[in-house]
Design a protein around this ligand. Sequence first.
Ligand SMILES: [Fe+2]
Ligand SMILES: [Fe+2]
Length: 173
Amino acid sequence: MLSQKLQDAINIQISHEMNASYLYLSMAAYCDSLNLSGFANWLRVQSEEERMHAMKFFDFLHDRDGRVFLQSIAQPPAEFETVMDVFEQTLEHERKVTSWINELYALAVAEQDYPTQVLLQWFINEQVEEEKNATLILEQLNLVGAEGVGLFMIDRELAGRSLQGDPQSASEA
Ligand SMILES: [Fe+2]
Ligand SMILES: [Fe+2]
């Protein structure tokens, strides 16, 4: 059975994932306001992925006979300096999430909860991907430029991202 401590910590992580989802959705809205529909698409998919992360923990709590207690979601910032700023904040946010996942893992080890450790191993791998993806986009912006033709090219590339594991968007792609 899941310990109270772990249940509380997983509930907090659910709110972190929902907050991340809301932050990326706000970033998508900002990019849409600049008519950068490719960036907006990438961030929208990112937002959906974060919601799926929250649901992974949600389902896990129920599988373990625990209870989900949803918390409030903070209002995300609406304005950003530039697209570069958006991805700098994305990378910074993902690093923060990585440290929360690591703390959760340390707690699961301390509580000798093996199923939670197995679940968190998926998240540990996912965080490597998350940081890699944000870094890649930042490097591309640095390489070809965060304005003009360079920005246009990256925008077109990011328009191609679709939600993985979602058969509907896979068939549309
Ligand atoms: Fe996440
Ligand atoms: Fe993430």
